[in-house]
Design a protein around this ligand. Structure first.
Ligand code: AKG
Length: 301
């Protein structure tokens, strides 16, 4: 880690002076953003709120998500999923989500211009449920430390980069825990993940368990995700790294690299992006290259 070891909690969170969704940013801010993000830090913009208009504030209702984790929006086809509401509310929500998708794309273009050609925008989500006390299976329980990996949507080694904005109307923060650096997590959990049997990835695709062919990389990443969440003594031993993202703030993080748990909070917007490892300034820092070093063989292709 590049930050001083004397501040173990804040060293994972790097504050940036970004206070608008548009307009140029100094080279020094861009360079710091790329280096810190790729080095496994969370970029925290305390003065960058995602604002809702008066009417849009009616969307701050827990029942809108129908008890699910996400209302999701696909900017590629403008489809909304996971929301139970009348036509007018759905139209309003669609506008807000499209605006968040647009704002977060512009923000990444300005902050990380180097990524522009490689960046692929995926789903936008709106999370209306209070995290604390939510009942889920252990695998879906995001209050346990984990790195992100999606069982049905393999990335084939591409990065998972996410932008979050806390829009809580009563000022409540979103409480996260940030865990060990990726190489420490990988060294600890990789040995427990068995090698996939020959033909497993094709079989899972044929059975529609995965939407595309899973790579060995996806297999190991899912193994880390599940291994971390299933290991309760490990979870209990990770007591540091708490950070509360205040209402009105925005943060950006490689969630496939930074082990994180979301412990408490309600009402957040989130936008997911993917990026090929080759588009990074330092591909050697990626989970793909780290895992390949540990298993001493290529994990995709
Ligand atoms: C995840 O989506 O992987 C989480 O851990 C949840 C983060 C959040 O909603 O704050």
């Amino acid at each position: 880690r590049t930050e001083p070891a004397s501040s173990p909690v804040l060293s994972d969170i790097v504050a940036l002076p970004v206070d608008s969704w548009a307009g140029p940013l100094p080279d020094a801010v861009q360079d710091k953003a790329t280096a810190c993000l790729e080095g496994g830090h969370v970029l925290f913009m305390p003065a960058l709120p995602f604002m809702l208009t008066g009417q849009e504030r009616e969307l701050l209702r827990p029942d809108l998500g129908g008890g699910g984790k996400n209302i999701s929006y696909d900017p590629r086809n403008q489809r909304l999923r996971g929301c139970e509401a009348d036509e007018a509310t759905l139209a309003l929500l669609q506008d807000v989500m499209a605006r968040y998708a647009q704002h977060s794309l512009e923000l990444l273009h300005r902050l990380l211009p180097h990524y522009r050609d490689g960046l692929r925008q995926a789903r936008t989500s709106y999370r209306t449920a209070e995290i604390a006390g939510r009942q889920t299976s252990w695998r879906k329980d995001d209050t346990r430390l984990h790195v992100d990996s999606f069982p049905s949507s393999p990335t084939g080694g591409e990065r998972i980069l996410r932008v979050f904005s806390n829009v809580n109307p009563s000022g409540a923060g979103r409480l996260w825990r940030v865990g060990q650096p990726f190489d420490a997590v990988a060294e600890r959990f990789l040995a427990r993940v068995g090698r996939p049997f020959a033909g497993k990835h094709r079989l899972m695709q044929a059975l529609h368990i995965t939407k595309s062919l899973r790579s060995d990389y996806d297999h190991y990443m899912l193994g880390l995700h599940d291994g971390m969440k299933a290991d309760l003594p490990y979870q209990a031993s990770m007591t540091d790294g708490l950070f509360e993202f205040p209402a009105g703030s925005t943060w950006i993080v490689y969630t496939d690299q930074v082990s994180h748990a979301a412990l408490k909070g309600q009402y957040v917007f989130e936008q997911t992006f993917h990026l090929p490892v080759e588009s990074m300034a330092r591909p050697a820092e990626s989970p793909l290259r780290t895992l390949e070093r540990l298993v001493a063989r290529p994990l995709v292709g």
